[in-house]
Design a protein around this ligand. Structure first.
Ligand code: SF4
Length: 180
């Protein structure tokens, strides 16, 4: 099976999710958000078709990465290939984040089993289109305030969006300090 990628895997990113991460840049997106930062990733025939086995080999050789982030483009246009990679990433003990221009609700409404399979293998999803009038430089890991950082497992369990707590580790540290 092949996946269409916009660029080579990018290691050691610190802006695409928590910790040091590798980014998989998928090719193809039809959301056409005005002022999109990656217009070169829109063309569904652009980028390069890459064998999944080659991507998996790259993932197996990663060192010092907390996780892998699917970005693009919109990875939800290639859910089958992305689901296979996301499962592999978890087997390699790394977490999975993904960006999508769809909202979480829109994804569920599609009733697409590959998208559901992919969602079931994502830890954190940043959803929604980029909206220039809601852009802020103060937002961590997202471009505009309409986009949400979602705890996917809890959201699927509760059948409604549960936001991911970015400060989880900081709060845990605080709790520990209280008991010292
Ligand atoms: S969803 Fe992302 S890649 Fe697609 S047009 Fe919007 S900002 Fe650009």
């Amino acid at each position: 099976m092949k996946i269409r990628l916009a660029a080579d895997l990018q290691e050691d990113s610190i802006v695409d999710g928590e910790g040091i991460r590798t980014v998989i840049w998928t090719q193809g997106c039809s959301h056409n958000c005005p002022f999109c930062h990656n217009p070169n990733t829109h063309d569904f025939n652009g980028g390069e078709l890459v064998d999944l086995d080659d991507v998996i080999e790259r993932l197996e050789n990663l060192r010092g990465q907390a996780g892998v982030t699917f970005s693009g483009g919109d990875p939800m246009f290639q859910p089958k290939a992305c689901a296979i990679l996301a499962k592999k990433i978890h087997e390699l003990n790394m977490n999975v984040w993904a960006y999508t221009g769809f909202t979480f609700e829109e994804l569920l409404e599609k009733g697409n089993k590959d998208i559901l399979d992919f969602l079931n293998n994502i830890d954190v999803l940043i959803d929604g289109r980029f909206e220039i009038d809601k852009k802020s430089m103060d937002l961590e890991f997202r471009g505009s305030s309409n986009q949400r950082i979602i705890d996917v497992k809890k959201s699927l369990e509760n059948n409604e969006v549960v936001l991911y707590n970015l400060n989880k580790k900081v709060e845990k540290k605080k709790e520990t300090l209280l008991y010292i």
